[in-house]
Write a new protein. Sequence first.
Lengths: 289, 266
Amino acid sequence: MNHRVTHQKAWWMVLPVVALVAFNAVIPLMTVVNYSFQETFGDNVFFWEGTRWYLQILQSDRFHAALYRQLIFTGIVLAVEIPLGIAIALCMPRKGIGVSVCLVLMALPLLIPWNVVGAMWNIFALPDIGLLGRGINALGIDYNFTRQPLSAWFTVILMDIWHWTSLVVLLCYAGLCAIPNAYYQAGKIDGAGNWQIFRHIQLPKLKRVLTIAILLRFMDSFMIYTEPFVLTGGGPGNATTFLSIDLVKIALGQFDLGPAAAMSLIYFIIILLLCWVFHTLMMRGEERS
Amino acid sequence: MSRIKYLAPALYILFLLLPIYWLVNMSFKTTNEILGSFSLWPAEFTLDNYRTIFTDPTWYNGYINSLSYVLLNTVISVSFALPAAYAFSRYRFLGDKHLFFWLLTNRMAPPAVFALPFFQLYSSIGLFDTPVAVALAHCLFNIPLAVWILEGFMAGVPRELDETAFIDGYSFPKFFVRIFIPTITAGIGVAAFFCFMFSWVELLLAKTLTSVAAKPIAATMTRTASTSGYELGLLAAAGALTIIPGAIVIWFVRHHIARGFALGRV
């Protein structure tokens, strides 16, 4: 086929997607960039502020605290969900009716609207009427997620594990099913134990899906808003105010457009940077092996 | 050995089902019973909560609104993504890698960042408070995802299929619709599933872009919770009903869900 014709055609095919995503991404992004350098008192009157909002956000304790909470939350969530997801995928049946039952039941939390997830956990964890809240208090542990920061953190993290571990399980299960049987037979002939099979056959083969799982879980946990907002409202105090919750408070609650816009861009850049770092690290490992 | 092995998935599923059970349990109780006593199953079993939802238009319109923008978004995302994914899987063209990466970065943009600009953008073009606005806004993260998944599936189809069809005298559009699309129906199913899923569960943008006429069910729930006091039973029933569309969709694609992401390239 003629090369030049191919090139033109390819761009025409991509054009609708580019146009629609650009409409949705570039125009709003430019609006945010625009606000981030200016001050407004309404009536579409703007004053140039330069980098003032950026400096203000970067130096504010409030932003540091929210970022710190966000990093700890994402760290804990990744540290629990990834190993747990791999372990459960390894134990799942490979054929028979059990597969369908497992997949359907496990995918269920992924398809529940996020505010319903928050509301559901609220009802589930309330100390007076919730099963979880009652249960923990019955064990003699003082637990009330609306008043104690530690309980609130425990509840938010447990909710996220409940909500998203299945995604890791599904991805790893898909990766495991794609390993040809010959690999296991070769492992058996060499006398490899379960751990060695996992370490030298399954884990390297899972690398690609694990990269996707870690990236998706990182992005989504870093952007988390609805579930903790419905469950705790960011409280008690500011104990569970993560970056998105704080951003919405500044932008729509206080209507401080300039600082909110500057914070938006810093926030987006942090996600892009961390994704790039994860991706580079995991891909470099792949090239070496 | 194998019996013990299945204990882990079984316990995990039990953990997944407990909060769902509690929600369903609440939905069959009266408000008095919820606040007055603690029981593992409803003592005075009632269907009143569900009856309210199915007879009150502010409630059931919420479901209709949600389903209409979700379906619209799924159709737009998949049909726009199909030719683009084909281009990415078959051709090299100027800037293809950068374009692919740029598309994916939109999956990384926090919806909270875009809430306010989206409100202004869709108000200024007169689409505010319509299902179309939400459907288009959700394309921000669903189109990149659909392109990503479909590209993975298409890369698995050998090029010889295209070449043979062209030699047999098929024009490109005819080949694409008659031959290529039927070969990747599994991929289309998976992409549609994930578009449905992420549009159905998202609330921040859907809530920002609607006020009365197109209000999604999830937003109806939050407003009811704050205005009419503490009607937990009603809230639980509405929540339990939102699980059903997802469950139906999962059942149809259960053989393909796991493959969806596994085939995509990073």
